[in-house]
Design a protein around this ligand. Structure first.
Ligand code: DGL
Length: 299
């Protein structure tokens, strides 16, 4: 058994067997899926709202970054990991990843509809960004996969028809965050592009369309002019999750004490732990996690 502790003593690594055996992954109140650390921003918000929710979390770092993969490959991974949670009895899932939701949400909703599995997806917060834009000029910053996916175009056509919407593929930014590096040329390039858009097109409202970007929210907020609004989806996704979770519980359910989030890392668990520690050192609020290495076959 392997045990490690992060800077604040709250990162624990426990060796487990492969989850190819169904019994190896327990049932959770909520199962979150992301390609890496990004969904921890959603998990943190869920725990802030209710610390008794038992959260399982797949960090699919073996396939990170989703943003550069084709949508079929990403959809297959989402299906694969969602199925692991469902097989273990988890009935509320959160795809805490915009790229994963864009590629795979529809098909897993269809797949699990009959079983009554509830699935919360994540999409760029374009609706509030458009509503709060005075100039009717908005930017969405996301991965290449999200920016080029049909889901974002559909979202724009649904919620922002009266608004000029620029999509920015922030190449490399999620990877920097995944390494725990919250400064550097990828962030600078995104900020420069946003500043250019603000001066040329009057963009006054920005939607962050990748769960990893929650961890650079403060840096972006500081760099953008005061009048520019910045929207992140971690909190609304957590709120929706809690609504569903609360409805699904019977009133005599016992409220458990708060537990760490059980993270199942498909790639290198040490790298994951190191990144989380770096994010903490950089000042990010990270929920308490227990990290389980789970080598999964790459399908
Ligand atoms: N966290 C993922 C998202 O919200 C992206 C990171 C990646 O490219 O894997 O889109």
């Amino acid at each position: 058994m392997l045990f490690e502790s992060g800077r604040n003593g709250n990162v624990h690594v426990t060796a487990t067997n492969s989850i190819s055996q169904q019994a190896d992954i327990p049932q959770f109140d909520v199962g979150l899926i992301d390609s890496g650390v990004g969904g921890l921003a959603v998990a943190r918000e869920i725990q802030n709202l209710n610390s008794s929710v038992q959260i399982g979390y797949f960090a699919d770092t073996a396939v990170f970054p989703y943003g550069d993969k084709n949508s079929i490959q990403v959809a297959d991974r989402i299906d694969f990991l969602a199925t692991k949670f469902v097989e273990a009895g988890t009935r509320l899932l959160v795809i805490a990843c915009n790229t994963g939701s864009s590629a795979g949400l529809r098909s897993i909703r269809r797949k699990f509809a009959r079983e009554g599995i509830q699935i919360v997806g994540m999409e760029p917060p374009l609706k509030p960004a458009a509503i709060h834009s005075r100039n009717k000029s908005v930017a969405v910053v996301a991965t290449l996969g999200t920016v080029s996916g049909q889901a974002l175009t559909n979202l724009r056509d649904r919620v922002a028809t009266d608004t000029a919407t620029k999509f920015i593929a922030a190449s490399g930014l999620a990877s920097s965050v995944e390494r725990g590096e919250l400064t550097g040329k990828d962030l600078d390039a995104v900020l420069q592009e946003l500043l250019n858009l603000i001066s040329s097109d009057g963009v006054d409202s920005v939607a962050l369309g990748c769960s990893h970007y929650s961890f650079v929210y403060d840096q972006m907020r500081k760099a953008l002019p005061d009048g520019v609004k910045l929207f992140d989806a971690a909190f609304p996704v957590a709120k929706r999750t809690l609504e569903l979770w609360t409805k699904s519980r019977s009133s005599d359910d016992v409220i458990d004490v708060s537990n760490p989030i059980s993270v199942f890392v498909t790639g290198d668990p040490d790298g994951f732990v190191a990144s989380v520690a770096r994010l903490e050192t950089a000042g990010c609020m990270i929920p308490m996690v227990s990290v389980n290495p789970v080598p999964l076959p790459i399908n």
